[in-house]
Design a protein around this ligand. Structure first.
Ligand SMILES: [Cu+2]
Length: 199
């Protein structure tokens, strides 16, 4: 079908709808008019039912989506976390190069100078977690890495001339989890024998 014909048909259809609406309105005025109080009463009834319907709908939606709230999983998945200090500074991050798989890591993020961002990107380049690095303040960010590979931390807040190159790579891989994840004070080395300078 040529475009011109399509346009013509569309125009004819919309015209027909418009004319039909006008006819409907004209026709509706043939009924005897109603008292204002009566119309108002009907309106209030509709409004009351609408209010109950919307309230029930919102309540049901709220209840049905509660399992998807991040707060719940954060509160229930309180397996022991390995706390890892992160210090941001113009224009680098001081933090370990390797992290274990499937282990809850609690990043304790602060800054040495100005405000920075601390955004973790997975191997596909998607942002999976982020917080702020602030001077004289520690923000905690819990992350469990479920996928091995190369991750990148990027500063997400403009912090000076070197902001654009402020990033840090780290590897998530098969580091043997130790048997005392909740007592890191006794365990200053990882499975490779490297000591963590922040512990
Ligand atoms: Cu920055």
């Amino acid at each position: 079908m040529p475009d011109a014909l399509k346009l013509m048909l569309l125009f004819a259809f919309l015209s027909a709808v418009t004319v039909a609406v006008f006819i409907l309105v004209a026709w509706s005025t043939r009924w005897p008019s109603r008292e204002q109080a009566e119309v108002q009463h009907d309106g209030y009834v509709i409004r009351g039912r609408w209010f109950i319907g919307v309230t029930l709908f919102l309540l049901a939606t709220f209840v049905a989506t509660i399992p998807f709230f991040p707060y719940l999983s954060a509160a229930t998945a309180l397996e022991p976390a390995e706390q890892v200090p992160v210090i941001a500074a113009q224009f680098f991050f001081t933090m370990p190069d390797r992290f274990p798989l499937n282990r809850r890591i609690l990043f304790a993020v602060t800054s040495r100078d100005v405000n920075h961002g601390f955004g973790i990107y997975d191997p596909q380049g998607q942002l999976i977690a982020q917080t702020q690095a602030m001077p004289d303040y520690v923000n905690y960010l819990a992350v469990t890495f479920r996928q091995p590979g190369r991750y990148t931390v990027r500063c997400l807040e403009y912090c000076g001339v070197g902001h654009a190159i402020m990033e840090k790579d780290f590897t998530v891989g098969n580091i043997e989890p130790d048997n005392k994840p909740d007592n890191k004070a006794d365990n200053k080395t990882d499975s490779n024998g490297n000591s963590n300078p922040f512990e």
